[in-house]
Design a protein around this ligand. Structure first.
Ligand code: ADP
Ligand code: ZN
Ligand code: ZN
Length: 670
């Protein structure tokens, strides 16, 4: 008998579909098997019966082994994988195997059986902690949740309004009904905190985490626990949306607006969108929670396609911080560019230090200075491999490219003219921390960003120091703006956020607003100090509508203006986009490929734009170009992509030059 098996065939072969193999038994669809592929033996997944008519002259090879100690991957899982492969234009086998734990792709039947034998026994049912009563808003939302028909719920709650508490209550209901719960979180940094809250709330339940910080063996063990129905709660980052769970009863997507739910290479899927798809396929509720929902989800709620639940108040009467906008134009012109902290902001921070409270200074740029510059000849610290500047890192005296990683010692003198006086331009977190230390002598300053937390455990210990009150002023990037429950923090300041107002990416204002709302949410979380909580913005554009909406914590007003703009120019969520990216050693090669791709006639209702370079065109010596496809109809765009992508494979074969390309459906960055 013949069976179709999904295997990980390299994408360039164009062999996306399952391949036919001979089988001595009718292994059910979803069974893991070992099959020969070329000269290797690889893991595959039985996808179903093979096609009716065997290819004449094709000698089929037999399945080598079935890993039938493992229950087959369920139809719901296979459907989701097939949907995602189709929607995001990747090979079915490639995607199916890529979303399994890497260890599972390596083991044979004996090794797997041994793994399964080594499983942990189910945990003992322990007493649950006493629950605090819900606030009236929470109670109303929970009540509504329980009565809703299955379908996406957008939980819009200001920071500290008790969204997580609602996830816990909704999870408790699902668990009590004998179901499993899947919780998706944007970043591995934030998982330990949430994991601790779930573990504490459900001591008798088995909770497993799924993220890239686990060892391969742990990942497999946790995945097995979920797939076998032994784990009650699965908490993980974007990849865990693919975790098979036989008793799934609820999906939660925390911080649903976060860009890290979108995979940025390979199959560029959105875990948030797939969670919604999965909830429909499995007929279970999905809760999308955020203080600043994505405009896509917000618009769907406006249209009534998602149910919106709102938590407008902070728990315990804590007020959201008062917004203080400092107009930098008020400073003398010769001083404003040099000013680190406007005098009233500095005074506000000093007052907090005197009271034993903490302040957070947000600057979304790490390193000491974004570029070094020679005043004599105009030399700048460009990266030889990228169309970008190399960032000056003072701590280890290096120039580092944040795109390709190319690192060198800082030159003693200008490499072009020998001038000894080369100077940093602009400011990153390293410099800000240094400047703050000079402005506030005696204050305990800490800096948290991707550089300060490179070593394992560094982030945890730095956060612990903040929580323990050993820090007066914390300088950090967006890394510290999200999620953390800093109890002593009563002031947050964005020292220079104006850049996003004029960025070329149409989503930049949405991102900046979300970041500032999140950052504001770090202040005044403890009701005892909430009255004094302040969010400061230093800006040259104090009347900008983005800051106006921020002042009143009015997400709805901000969303309405942004959506009006998007509607008038036909941007998402009022249109659907796909980006064809191509890269090659020479820009002309990528350009020629895209020009040919664009020449394939597009149907009415679909626009194929001319190829353009992305904002950073060259990275690590590779030139990148991209082509945007846009339609107001998602089905039309999907139909077109399904027809176009096979032609691209053929086109690529005709372009003899070395070239890589990929399609990004619903891209986040343009
Ligand atoms: P969010 O997820 O919206 O930021 P959380 O669920 O983390 O909000 O709640 C903020 C704080 O309020 C947390 O410290 C949480 O323990 C507390 N909290 C939440 N709900 C209640 C409640 N009903 N009663 C008392 N405290 C609560
Ligand atoms: Zn010079
Ligand atoms: Zn570089």
């Amino acid at each position: 008998m013949r069976l179709a098996v999904a295997v990980e065939a390299p994408q360039h072969t164009g062999l996306g579909a399952p391949l036919d193999y001979l089988a001595d038994r009718a292994w059910p669809a979803g069974t893991l098997v070992r099959v020969p592929l070329g000269r290797r033996t690889v893991t595959g997944i039985v996808w179903g019966d093979a096609g009716a008519t065997p290819d004449a002259g094709l000698t089929l090879r037999p399945i080598a082994q079935a890993l039938d100690a493992l229950p087959p991957l369920p139809a719901t899982w296979r459907d989701m994988v097939a949907f995602a492969a189709g929607y995001y234009q990747r090979g079915l086998g490639e995607l199916a195997l890529a979303v399994l734990p890497p260890e599972l792709r390596k083991v044979d039947a004996t090794q797997l059986a041994r793994r399964l034998g080594r499983r942990r026994p189910a945990s003992v049912p322990a007493p649950s902690p006493a629950l605090r009563p819900l606030t009236p808003e929470q109670a109303a939302a929970l009540d509504q949740l329980a009565r809703l028909p299955p379908g996406p719920v957008l939980l819009h709650g200001v920071t500290g309004s008790g969204k997580t508490e609602l996830y816990l209550r909704a999870a408790a209901q699902a668990l009590d009904a004998g179901r499993q719960v899947l919780v998706l979180v944007p970043e591995i940094n934030l998982t330990p905190q949430l994991e601790a809250r779930f573990a504490e709330r459900f001591p008798g339940r088995r909770l497993v985490a799924q993220h890239s910080g686990l060892s391969p063996a742990q990942r497999l063990q946790h995945w097995l626990a979920a797939h076998l129905g032994e784990a009650d709660l699965v908490l993980g980052t974007r990849l865990s949306v693919f975790t098979p769970m036989p008793r799934l009863g609820l999906i939660v997507v925390d911080e649903e607006h976060d860009p890290s739910f979108k995979q940025q290479d390979g199959a560029r899927y959105s875990a948030r969108d797939l969670a919604v798809w999965r909830s429909q396929r499995e007929q279970v509720p999905v809760i999308l929670g955020s203080a600043t929902p994505s405009l896509e989800s917000w618009q769907r709620a406006e249209e009534g396609r998602y149910t919106r639940l709102t938590l407008a108040e902070r728990v315990g009467g804590g007020a959201l911080p008062r917004l203080r906008i400092f107009d930098m134009n008020r400073l003398p012109r010769d001083r404003s560019q040099q000013t680190v902290l406007a005098p009233p902001l500095q005074a506000a921070i000093e007052a907090r230090i005197a009271r034993g409270e903490q302040s957070l200074l947000l600057l979304n740029r790490r390193g000491y200075a974004p570029v070094l510059h020679c005043g004599a000849c105009g030399w700048k610290s460009g990266c030889p491999h990228c169309s970008a500047w190399r960032v000056f890192h003072k701590a280890d005296r290096t120039l580092r490219c944040h795109h390709c990683g190319f690192t060198e010692r800082v030159p003693r003198a200008c490499p072009d003219c020998g001038n000894l006086d080369i100077a940093p331009l602009g400011r990153g977190t390293e410099k800000l921390a240094e400047q703050i230390a000079a402005l506030l002598p005696g204050a305990r300053i800490a800096r948290i960003d991707a550089d300060s937390t490179r070593l394992k455990g560094a982030l945890e210990s730095q956060l612990a120091a903040v929580h323990a009150g050993e820090v007066d002023v914390l300088v950090g990037t967006q890394m510290v703006a999200k999620g953390h429950d800093f109890r002593r923090m009563t002031l947050v300041a964005a020292v220079n956020p104006d850049g996003a107002l004029f960025a070329s990416d149409f989503r930049a204002p949405e991102r900046m607003f979300a970041l500032l709302m999140q950052a504001a949410g770090r202040a005044g979380r403890d009701a005892a100090h909430a009255g004094e909580a302040e969010m400061w913005i230093q800006t040259w554009h104090p009347t900008h509508p983005l800051y106006r909406a921020l002042a009143t914590h009015d997400f709805a007003a901000f969303a309405a203006t942004q959506l009006d703009e998007r509607r008038s120019v036909g941007l998402p969520p009022f249109s659907f986009l796909a980006l064809l990216r191509a890269e090659a050693r020479e820009a002309a090669v990528a350009q020629a490929f895209l020009a040919d791709a664009a020449a394939v006639a597009a149907p009415p209702g679909l626009v194929c734009y001319a190829p353009v370079p992305p904002p950073v065109a060259r990275v690590a010596g590779v030139e990148r170009m991209q082509l945007l496809v846009e339609s107001t109809s998602r089905p039309l765009l999907q139909q077109w992509l399904a027809a176009w992508v096979p032609q691209l494979h053929a086109l690529k074969a005709r372009h003899k030059r070395l070239l890589r390309w990929a399609v990004d459906v619903d891209p986040l960055g343009l």
